[in-house]
Design a binder for this molecule. Structure first.
Ligand code: AQP
Length: 339
């Protein structure tokens, strides 16, 4: 028997620090575009994911509100999309446990994000950090989401979500969970650190100079771009010429993503010029694109109680969708429900 699933988009962002240009270009910027396109849109501040590494409680509260403000500043409308924080909807943690018993430990150890974050001392990392992808599968499948817009770094976790859905369906002889599609689109699916072209830009990178934060002002943005690591060669006429120049390629990709051009279109204008000319131009487009977002975030953050109310209403809507799906999951697995 084949079941068809209604189109539903889910995506989440961790409140594990201030948001970066990478989060914006790789994910956030696209979220509003999916609204009103025929699929239901569900967006979540994934605070249960954030605590897989230590979070100061006061900062976690602040960052949760700030990520919600960023969603709205980037155009997510809580009257159109479901916008909420993960810990208010208990179905996420409940389904994650059920999936912990479906997923295999070996699948978790293979995740590059676990290896990166656990580092050499993996025995000392939280159990939650290892099980992170199982919770992510629960976030997505608790809504029977059919597509997930993410940056390139989340591709491996999305594949694991598909594996968990397929194994559950196979083990219980059902077609209950959809095999979710990743939506990894655009010219900036993997924005790299400004200090090291081999590492992704990340909100938890200890070096603030490695990233542009959505809360940075024009001076900070210009200064970080001026200091960004590059090489001494002039820019070529096409992206092909940047194959072995990761830092230069990263800056051109950022420019292209911000202006909506292709890298080749950008290079057609800057061919033969050095970074002395390119970096100020990049700083200008970054400030132009980010200043309105930063301003709207500040406006939303001026009323934290209203953000909490929006998250509360979103959580009720989210629970109304996910609760019957989790009840049915437990029924399929053989659990008795006597109420
Ligand atoms: N550098 C990046 N380039 C493109 N997309 C990115 N994303 C993250 N970094 C980049 C995308 O942003 C969304 C939210 O990510 P997340 O907060 O759930 O966690 P993450 O992927 O682990 O992002 P960070 O910034 O690196 O957080 P920390 O430092 O806490 O681990 C995802 O869609 C992600 O792909």
């Amino acid at each position: 028997m084949t079941t068809s699933f209604a189109p539903r988009i889910f995506s989440g962002i961790q409140p594990s620090g201030g948001l970066t240009l990478g989060n914006y270009l790789g994910a956030l910027k696209r979220f509003a575009d999916y609204q009103g396109q025929g699929a239901e849109t569900i967006y979540c501040v994934v605070d249960l994911h954030a605590i897989t590494v230590w979070q100061d409680p006061e900062k976690l509260r602040h960052n949760t509100r700030e990520v919600a403000a960023a969603f709205m500043a980037a155009g997510v409308d809580p009257s159109v999309s479901v916008l909420f924080n993960q810990s208010q909807v208990s179905q996420h943690a409940e389904l994650a446990w059920l999936f912990n018993c479906v997923a295999r430990i070996g699948w978790m150890y293979r995740m590059t994000q676990f290896k990166d974050k656990a580092g050499k001392n993996s025995e000392n990392s939280s159990l939650g950090l290892l099980a992170y992808p199982s919770l992510m599968a629960a976030d997505i499948l608790a809504y029977h989401a059919t597509a997930v817009p993410v940056g390139e770094d989340q591709k491996q976790h999305l594949e694991l979500t598909r594996d968990i859905a397929a194994k559950f369906n196979h083990d219980y002889g059902v077609n209950f969970f959809p095999i979710t599609e990743p939506l990894i689109e655009g010219t900036a699916t993997r924005v790299m650190s400004l200090r090291d072209g081999s590492r992704k830009m990340s909100k938890s990178d200890p070096s603030d100079a490695s990233r542009i934060n959505l809360t940075d002002d024009a001076d900070a943005i210009a200064q970080k771009i001026r200091k960004a690591r590059t090489d001494a060669d002039p820019l070529p006429g096409s992206m092909e010429g940047l194959k072995d120049r990761p830092e230069a390629r990263n800056l051109v990709n950022i420019y292209a993503a911000l202006t909506g051009e292709t890298g080749d279109q950008v290079l057609a204008r800057f061919e033969g010029q050095g970074f002395g000319a390119f970096k100020p131009a990049l700083a200008d487009v970054a400030v132009t694109a980010l200043a309105p977002i930063t301003r709207r975030m500040t406006e939303f953050m001026a009323d934290p109680a209203e953000i909490d109310r929006i998250l509360g209403r979103g959580s009720e809507k989210a629970a109304a969708i996910s609760a019957p799906i989790i009840e049915r999951t437990k029924e399929i697995m053989g659990m008795i429900r006597s109420r």
